[in-house]
Design a protein around this ligand. Structure first.
Ligand SMILES: Cc1ncc(COP(=O)(O)O)c(C=O)c1O
Length: 484
């Protein structure tokens, strides 16, 4: 913990200063040079001691990333860690893509302006125009922000206003994740995250992918004016829905004058093999949202994109224009330039086509591995480079002798192989994977979209070798790692 500065009168020979004395601050060089232990102590003292507990369980606390390039992190020991986590879909271009770095460097060298509140921004204007060009139909109007939650807040607000209902109710899905800011938290189906907070009370929950339930809800309550759905549920464990469902959602919303908001924060930006995942189904929502890879792995950028008519109904007059205009950092210069260059690289390098092709290779290899370990792997699913690997819950199948060992572990890990496998993939095979919010048996694979078949093979060979050790050895190894 910090030693707080004690306030003492300046010595007579100290130079006079008007402001407070400089506190004991670390410099950038100090930050870069922190050792793993000090970094961990500072995280516990000043960020989130409880979260550190989980990072320790997974062995993430032992890694200090010194640099990152392409598909790999490089740690303090020069170890190359293959990134199949991909920042939950935030790293389409991998780490430090040279064209993204160069665009940012040029922007800095030319001393361009950042904050776009007083004057118009050429960068925000061009990014909004590019997003409209990438979006089907008349999804033309853009609100820029700096996170997925902010983009989703803007999406829900524009839809609510344009719905024309005074007491507009909003439908969302079971196991949904739309962010943690107070508004969209009300649409995020997690008792843990919602906790004790006072939420927005106008929401209505239906099972994901169940058109009948959605139809019944919309028919039963004319105040329902907005339906908010992830096109592929990420936090729910990589869950999609068939084309018939999405076409039914579109038809239902049209019939009842309800607006459909498609949350594409995680599944959008080409990850599933189309720019938007809803494009697989031949439908266009009224409002959508992007974030994560929109910032090309270097900037925090989120965007709401609405159909022009919807936007104009909500904010189209001088009187209503400022109800939800961009926040201070919405459309900030270097972030916009980063996103503009990102969109150009995405198409120049055909990363969407690559996600489609390499994703098919990943699914094929995982299905082959599943066929050899049917008692361990329950399901392989997904599209493009958004893939879920679900393990069987082993709490009841584990040999009796091992159960007491597992019982001492954290509640979150019991019965869940994904934590054990994730931890050992990192420790023994230099591979990083992600977990899911609501289904502890699912590993989420969202590698950068620059991923090649050779990276898929590296990952799959590692998984194969780990599974070949058998459940008993995996559990024993993991439990042993917790004793050290
Ligand atoms: C589908 C979806 N919507 C919204 C969000 C919130 O994005 P952020 O964490 O940038 O606020 C996320 C984040 O994981 C997400 O997956």
């Amino acid at each position: 913990m910090l030693d707080r500065p004690t306030v003492t009168a300046p010595a007579l020979d100290e130079p006079f200063r008007r402001g407070p004395a400089k506190p004991d601050l670390m410099t950038v060089e100090d930050a870069k040079a922190l050792d793993v232990q000090t970094m961990a102590d500072l995280f516990k003292d000043h960020i989130n001691p409880g979260q550190f507990h989980f990072m320790k369980l997974l062995g993430f606390n032992k890694v200090k990333v010194e640099s990152a390039e392409g598909m790999y992190y490089i740690d303090q020991n020069g170890r190359k860690i293959l990134d199949f986590f991909g920042g939950f879909g935030s790293l389409a271009f991998g780490h430090n893509h040279p064209r993204i770095l160069a665009a940012r460097q040029r922007f800095q060298d030319e001393k361009r302006h950042e904050i776009a509140i007083a004057f118009l921004s050429q960068y925000a204007a061009a990014l909004a125009r590019n997003l409209a060009a990438c979006s089907p139909g008349d999804l033309d109007m853009v609100v820029l922000g700096s996170s997925g939650s902010e983009a989703m807040e803007a999406a829900v607000k524009v839809a609510e206003r344009a719905s024309g209902r005074k007491n507009c109710k909003i439908v969302h899905a079971e196991n949904s994740f739309h962010g943690k800011t107070k508004g969209v938290l009300s649409l995020t189906d997690s008792p843990l995250y919602q906790g004790e907070f006072k939420l927005v009370g106008n929401t209505y929950k239906v099972p994901f992918g169940d058109l009948e339930a959605l139809t019944n809800a919309v028919r039963s309550d004319p105040d329902i004016g907005v339906v908010v759905l992830e096109t592929v549920q990420g936090g729910g464990g990589i869950i999609g829905a068939p084309t018939a469902y999405w076409q039914g959602v579109r038809a239902l919303c049209d019939k009842h004058n309800v607006l459909w908001v498609a949350d594409e924060v995680q599944c959008g930006y080409g990850r599933t093999g189309r720019f938007y995942a809803f494009e697989h189904h031949g439908v266009v929502p009224d409002v959508t949202a992007l974030a994560k890879s929109l910032g090309a792995g270097k900037a925090a950028v989120g965007a709401m994109i609405a159909r022009r008519a919807v936007y104009m109904k909500a904010y189209g007059t001088p009187k209503t224009a400022m109800i939800h205009a961009q926040a201070t950092f919405g459309g900030i210069g270097e972030a916009c330039v980063t996103a503009i260059e990102g969109l150009n690289v995405l198409y120049d390098d055909d990363l969407i086509g690559n996600a489609d092709a390499v994703g098919a290779h990943l699914l094929a290899r995982l299905n082959e591995i599943k066929s050899r370990y049917p008692s361990i792997i329950k399901d392989v699913r997904g599209q493009g480079l958004m893939v879920g690997l679900e393990f069987h819950d082993f709490s009841r199948t584990l040999p009796l002798a091992l159960r007491p060992m597992v019982a001492i572990l954290d509640e979150k890990l019991k019965g869940s192989l994904s934590g054990f496998i994730g931890a050992l993939l990192l420790r023994d095979y230099d591979v990083l994977v992600a977990f899911t919010e609501y289904n502890r048996n699912v590993i989420r694979l969202e590698p950068p979209m620059i991923c090649g078949e050779e990276h898929v093979d590296q990952f799959c060979d590692a998984l194969d070798a780990l599974l070949a050790r058998g459940i008993v050895s995996i559990v024993k190894d993991f439990v042993k790692s917790q004793m050290n």
